[in-house]
Write a protein that binds this ligand. Structure first.
Ligand SMILES: [Zn+2]
Length: 558
């Protein structure tokens, strides 16, 4: 099936396969599973790779069959006749040697240089299985393991000394094991990934790579300790992203406490808001909006009862002098949950938090209400409809929501029209919503949000004071005036009655030099956080199962 090439045909073939220029092309043909090109090297003499003496003594001829870039989606194989030369210099350690075709073959490789370059790119973009499928479509038949071997064989990128270093952790398995990511904050290039987030590992790296002048880190202790130990001359900068995140956490705690004060939850013995039995009201009104503590039918939610019971048990045992571990064992709770119940100042705090989660059904509620009012009351039908709009939850959740529109006597009520922006406005996501309003620049708030926040701040002077602290912190942060104003800000906060914000202030005091630097220097760990997003994407591309060394290569080389 091979077609022997005549005079001009070889030139034509070189147009399609420029990497073959310089070879003597002999034939081309279909070998059933792809295209085969036969060629030989025209080298008449070659320099010995041991002593460099040029020799023309041919020892033998043999065939090499590297795979080359596919053509028209079909694999291409070269049958290449190469010569092995013999070195005649007495005492030279090399007896025989074969030449490589520059730009086409390399030692010990069964793919041409071009094909290998392409496969490396495919492997870095898609890793094993997906890469193998794409390569097959491109006419290169490689297994997923070959692609992974190609990634592992790639050399690490080379970097000079790093002046401004960013360091952060990233989850290998969330909640279980973490790695450390290092970035050059001047060039925004990923420098290295370390297998854990221990101080010792980072300190070893710093000692092996001297020259760092500024270290941008999160507020975590181990990186600070490592930097103090291994690079004492470097300026440590606590990054603003984590500072702001921690402040938001402290503000949310304040909001939870304030909301619990403003709206004390109904007691367990409170009479339920039931319609007056004597009143002649045959047409039932619209159902009460669930306030977080009661469900759509006005019954106390199970989570509320469970929280009350647990809180009472934990506090009683605590009063008897039991430790957290003992209480956890006796009530069969996790130590973390037990500690949360033991620490809480009041049941109100716990309940506001527990009932504040937004429902995943929120965004579909306007549509469900609309369709209900159109006369479609079958839960299965409505479930099917919102599935078409992206709902992935169960039929049971939809049924439970619709129950509030069905009355005990079998007649159906009208669904109350829901505002379009239901999710942020439901009472259940209230603490988070208020926190977001406080943490947003006032001129970026929409008018409704601004009015909502203003009325809440008027109702609670304590929350108003907390919001004022947040605004002055934001002003210091955005104008980089930490050196001038941070100390004053802290002093003012510490004299104010803000127990939740005080723990944030204590955190800053422990790390004040780095925080001041973070509020004064232009470095930000934004690029590092962005890069971590990309690394997490790579991790998921490999189904989250890649070994650390592979993840590291993929992250550094992508
Ligand atoms: Zn030699």
């Amino acid at each position: 099936m091979l077609h022997v090439l005549a005079g001009g045909e070889a030139d034509l073939l070189v147009l399609l396969f420029p990497q073959l220029a310089g070879l003597v092309l002999e034939s081309v043909g279909d070998c059933g599973d792809g295209v085969r090109i036969t060629a030989r090297t025209g080298t008449a003499s070659l320099a010995c790779r041991g002593c460099g003496t040029v020799t023309a003594r041919v020892h033998e001829r043999y065939w090499r069959c590297p795979a080359d870039l596919g053509c028209g989606g079909r694999p291409v194989r070269l049958d290449l006749e190469v010569r092995r030369f013999r070195c005649a210099v007495p005492g030279c350690p090399v007896k025989t040697f074969a030449g490589q075709v520059p730009g086409l073959t390399a030692w010990y490789q069964r793919q041409s240089v071009q094909l290998r370059g392409l496969l490396e790119k495919v492997a870095l973009a898609l890793a094993g299985r997906a890469g193998s499928r794409l390569a097959a479509a491109l006419g290169a038949d490689v297994s997923r393991l070959t692609l992974i071997r190609l990634i592992r064989a790639l050399p690490d990128p080379v970097h000079g000394p790093v002046t401004v270093l960013g360091v952060d952790d990233i989850a290998k398995r969330k909640g279980h094991s973490y790695a450390t990511v290092l970035m050059d904050m001047d060039t925004h290039e990923l420098i290295d990934m370390l297998p854990d987030r221990e101080a010792g590992t980072f300190a070893d790296w710093l000692r092996a790579h001297p020259g760092t002048e500024v270290i941008c880190r999160d507020r975590g202790g181990p990186y600070a300790a490592a930097a103090r130990e291994a690079a004492p001359a470097a300026v440590q900068v606590a990054d603003r992203f984590h500072l702001w995140q921690n402040l938001a956490g402290a503000v949310e705690k304040t909001v939870v406490a304030v909301l619990a004060e403003l709206n004390p939850p109904p007691g367990p013995q409170d009479p339920q808001p039931s319609p007056e039995p004597a009143a002649p009201a045959p047409v039932p009104g619209p159902p009460a909006e669930p306030d977080g503590f009661r469900d759509a039918s006005g019954r106390p939610r199970r989570v509320v009862a469970r929280h009350r019971e647990r809180y009472a048990q934990v506090q009683a045992l605590r009063a008897q002098g039991c430790t957290i571990t003992e209480i956890a064992a006796r009530l069969q709770l996790s130590p973390r949950t037990t500690a949360r119940f033991a620490r809480a100042g009041s049941i109100g705090e716990l309940l506001v938090k527990a009932t504040s989660r937004a429902s995943i059904l929120d965004q579909f509620k306007p549509c469900l209400g609309q369709r209900w009012n159109d006369g479609i009351h079958a839960a299965a039908v409505l479930h099917q409809e919102i599935r078409g709009q992206g709902w992935t939850g169960s039929l049971l959740t939809v049924e439970r929501y619709l129950r509030q529109f069905r009355t005990a006597d079998g007649r159906d009520r009208a669904a109350r029209a829901q505002p379009q922006h239901t999710a942020p406005d439901t009472p259940r996501s209230r603490p988070r919503q208020v926190t977001r309003q406080i943490m947003t620049r006032p001129d970026h708030l929409d008018p409704a949000g601004a009015a909502d926040l203003a009325s809440l701040l008027q109702a609670s002077p304590r929350l108003a004071a907390a919001a004022a602290h947040v605004r002055s912190f934001a002003a210091i942060m955005t104008s980089r005036q930490g050196l001038l104003y941070l100390e004053d800000w802290l002093t003012q906060l510490e004299t104010d009655d803000q127990p939740q914000l005080h723990s944030f202030a204590r955190g800053i005091r422990r790390d004040q030099d780095a925080v001041t630097a973070g509020l004064a220097l232009p470095y930000s760990s934004g690029p590092l956080e962005g890069r971590n997003c990309k690394t997490k994407h790579i991790k998921r591309l490999m189904y989250g199962r890649a070994n650390f060394d592979l993840l590291r290569k993929m992250a550094l080389l992508n």
